[in-house]
Design a protein around this ligand. Structure first.
Ligand SMILES: C[S@@+](CC[C@H](N)C(=O)[O-])C[C@H]1O[C@@H](n2cnc3c(N)ncnc32)[C@H](O)[C@@H]1O
Length: 273
C-alpha cells in the first residue's frame, strides 16, 4: 500500500480544488486514497508525489481527464427529484411561453453526469400537452468526458431506470443486451452534450440567454467561494426572467442574493430579476 503523506495530500487536494471547485477537507484524506490508489497502480506510478508532479506539469495531457473521472461523484437516475421536474413542466415552462410568446425554450443541464437529468426533462416536455409543441434547444454538460460519452450512448441499467413510469419506458426505450435499455433517437437528438468545467469562465461565455438552467447536486461538493463563482457564471448565462433549479437539499441562502428565490409547489426555484 502506497503512503499518502499529509503534505502531498494537501498538494493534491489544492490542485483538485483549483481545477474543479471540489473541496476535500483535511479529515478526508481517505477520499483521495480510495479514488486514486488503483490509478497509480494502473499507471505504474511509484508515489503520490510523482502523480502530483505529472498533474502539475501536465506531462500527460490525458491524465487530467482521468482525474476528473476519478474524483467526481456521478450518482444520478431518471426522474430524480420529480417535484422539481413537475414544477418545470406544469408551471415554469408554460409561464415562460405565455409571458414571452416564444416557440423555442433554451434549457441547460449544467452538471448532467450520464444524461438521465436532461433526457428526463426532454421526455417530460415532449409528453405534456402544454409543452409538446415547443421547440427544445437543450444543452447538457459535465466536467467529465467519461460521463459525457456514456450520456451520448444513452444505454442504461436498472439502477438508472428504476423510477421511470411504465408509459415512458414503453414509449421512449428499447430493450438492449440483458437488462439494459437504450433511449430512442427522437429523445436523444433533442440534447446536445459537451464537456464543460463550470469554473471555466471563458468557455462558459458560449452559454448564453438560457431560459432555464438545472445545476442539481453538484454545488454540495464545492466550498462557498467556488459555489459563488459557479452561480455567478450561471447567472451571466441566464436570460433576465430565467430560472435556475439547484438540488432539493441545496440552497443559495448564504451564497448570493443575485437570484431571487421563489416557492413553486414544494420546491424553491431561483429567478434572475
Ligand atoms: C451527483 S452528479 C449530479 C447529476 C445530476 N445533476 C443529478 O442531480 O442527478 C454531479 C456531477 O457534477 C459534475 N461536476 C463536478 N464538478 C464539476 C465542475 N467543476 N464542472 C462541471 N461539472 C462538475 C460531476 O462530474 C458529476 O457528474
Amino acid at each position: 500500500m502506497m503512503v499518502l503523506k499529509d503534505e502531498t495530500f494537501k498538494d493534491l487536494r489544492d490542485f483538485i480544488y483549483d481545477n474543479t471547485g471540489i473541496y476535500i477537507p483535511d479529515t478526508k484524506k481517505y477520499f483521495i486514497e480510495n479514488r486514486l490508489s488503483k490509478r497509480l497502480e494502473e499507471k505504474k506510478i511509484g508515489s503520490y508525489e510523482d502523480y502530483f508532479y505529472l498533474l502539475k506539469y501536465n506531462t500527460d495531457k490525458n491524465e487530467l481527464k482521468v482525474l476528473y473521472d476519478k474524483i467526481t461523484t456521478n450518482e444520478t437516475f431518471f426522474f430524480r427529484e420529480l417535484q422539481q421536474l413537475e414544477v418545470l413542466v406544469q408551471q415554469v415552462i408554460p409561464r415562460i411561453k405565455e409571458e414571452r410568446k416564444i416557440q423555442t425554450v433554451k434549457i441547460w443541464s449544467a452538471a448532467c453526469s450520464t444524461g438521465e437529468e436532461p433526457y428526463t426533462i426532454a421526455m417530460m416536455l415532449m409528453d405534456n400537452p402544454k409543452t409538446c409543441s415547443l421547440r427544445l434547444d437543450m444543452v447538457a454538460s459535465d466536467i467529465s468526458d467519461v460521463v459525457i460519452e456514456r450520456a451520448q450512448q444513452a444505454t442504461y441499467g436498472q439502477y438508472s431506470l428504476r423510477n421511470i413510469p411504465e408509459q415512458y419506458m414503453k414509449k421512449y426505450f428499447k430493450q438492449g443486451a440483458g437488462t439494459n435499455y437504450t433511449l430512442n433517437s427522437d429523445v436523444r437528438t433533442k440534447v446536445k452534450f459537451m464537456q464543460l468545467n463550470l469554473l471555466d469562465d471563458k468557455k462558459i461565455r458560449g452559454f448564453r440567454e438560457m431560459d432555464v438552467i438545472f445545476c442539481r447536486n453538484v454545488l454540495i461538493y464545492f466550498d462557498k467561494k467556488a459555489k459563488l463563482k459557479v452561480v455567478t457564471n450561471l447567472y451571466e448565462s441566464m436570460k433576465t426572467g430565467g430560472y435556475l433549479f439547484i438540488g432539493m437539499a441545496e440552497s443559495l441562502h448564504d451564497i448570493t442574493r443575485l437570484l431571487r428565490p421563489q416557492i413553486l409547489g414544494k420546491t424553491v426555484v431561483y429567478q434572475k430579476a
